[in-house]
Design a protein around this ligand. Structure first.
Ligand code: PMP
Ligand code: GLN
Length: 390
């Protein structure tokens, strides 16, 4: 049995979490919060279970949640959506991505993503039988940035979909207005559909803000926007996600989604609806506390000897591990696999987010990703252990 990309391995996140557990390492590998989201939101789900929300919800999701998602997009970004036809609730962003890609791309089509890319993006492109074309995000003094020449070279007549993730996992890049403009222009030029993965939309720092691609000229009619409650409310296990966009595209996504999960998360849907409507202060608090934890980890990694890229958003810091590499541990993948036993810390190699053997994989071979969505004590322990490494 093999995955569509030919691998038989568990995901890099599962592999690193298993190693972290085996060596009782501080797990800065897999990106999930070690503190659950707000109690008042969790209580709403308990009440919903007691109140009888235990059977299949409608395939599109309950209307109060679709209405709350539409209202969120309107109040935050000025995007107008009809909750009846232009919003679909999914089993996390993961299902929204899978259903969108399977609905819109197939053999003979090219799907363009940034590289590094989130692992499920590549797996879904492979499942769809489409060809994966990548545009590198390269490390610069100003963070990991899009190469406009590479974008121009990647997008062409066979491009069916451009799949964009901003704020970006793993690099933490928040795409700039200029980068977004280039992507939008390229999409319009070849008449491609754009799917945007915006699960970290509210987790941006230093005054940076997230702009949905759907708000750019010519984009509303060709963009599917995906997000999820997992990151915004620290409820990753609830798997409530959504996709919004033009009714015809949403219909195509539903055609696939109905045979993936049909529907799910009955008691969580009303809770997330209320969270989206009333939880703004909780989101602000999470963002501020994440910014502090990012600073703590960035400073600690630098003191320990890493070269660090300061992320504008997400849960993640990328670090160049070159000073720690040896002939037995020649790259970030070997370093990440050895680190739980060696130092009691887990991270993830950036090569796991690259196409095997690609130029980007080679360029980023010494890089690893650490998450800072952990409590400060865990981050301090991790930093102390890394300090002792050299
Ligand atoms: N996209 C990105 C970029 C992610 O980092 C993640 C999960 N961490 C997901 C999608 C999946 O989101 P969900 O848990 O809502 O399925
Ligand atoms: N998205 C999380 C990360 O990047 C992991 C989610 C998963 O394990 N699939 O770490």
């Amino acid at each position: 049995l093999t995955a569509p990309d030919g691998s038989t391995r568990p995901t890099i996140f599962a592999e690193m979490s298993a190693l972290a557990a085996r060596y009782e390492a501080a797990n800065l590998g897999q990106g999930f919060p070690d503190a659950d989201g707000p109690e008042w939101i969790r209580e709403l789900a308990v009440e919903a279970i007691r109140g009888g929300a235990n059977q299949y919800p409608p395939g599109r999701g309950i209307l109060p949640l679709r209405t709350a998602i539409a209202e969120h997009q309107r109040s935050r970004y000025g995007i107008d959506l009809d909750p009846e036809t232009e919003v679909l609730v999914t089993a996390g962003a993961t299902e929204a991505l899978a259903a969108s890609i399977l609905a819109l791309a197939g053999p003979g089509d090219e799907v363009v993503t940034l590289e590094p890319f989130y692992d499920s993006h590549a797996a879904c492109i492979a499942m769809a039988g489409a060809e994966h074309v990548t545009v590198p995000l390269a490390p610069t003094a100003d963070g990991f940035r899009l190469d406009p020449e590479a974008l121009r070279a990647a997008v062409g007549p066979r491009t069916r979909l451009i799949l964009v993730n901003t704020p970006h996992n793993p690099t933490g890049t928040v795409l700039s207005a200029e980068e977004l403009r280039l992507i939008a222009e390229a999409a319009v030029e070849v008449d491609a559909v754009v799917v945007t993965d915006e699960v970290y939309e509210h987790l941006t720092f230093d005054g940076l803000s997230h702009t949905p691609l759907a708000t750019l000229p010519g984009m509303a009619e060709r963009t599917l926007t995906i997000s999820s409650a997992g990151k915004t409310f620290s409820l990753t296990g609830w798997k409530i996600g959504w996709v919004s966009g033009p009714a015809a595209l949403i219909e195509a996504v539903i055609a696939i989604k109905q045979f993936l999960t049909y529907s799910g998360g009955a008691p969580f849907q009303p809770a997330v609806a209320r969270a989206l409507t009333e939880g703004r202060a909780d989101v602000d608090e999470l963002r501020d506390s994440l910014a502090r934890r990012r600073d703590l980890l960035v400073a600690g990694l630098r003191e320990a000897g890493f070269e660090v890229n300061v992320p504008g958003g997400t849960y993640f810091v990328c670090a160049d591990a070159t000073p720690f590499l040896t002939s037995e541990m020649p790259d970030g993948a070997a370093f990440a696999r050895a680190l739980p036993e060696l130092a009691g810390v887990a991270c993830v190699p950036l090569s796991a987010f690259c196409a095997e053997g690609s130029a980007t994989a080679r360029a980023l071979a010494p890089w690893v990703r650490f998450t800072f969505v952990k409590d400060e004590a865990t981050l301090r322990t991790a930093v102390e252990r890394l300090h002792a490494l050299r």
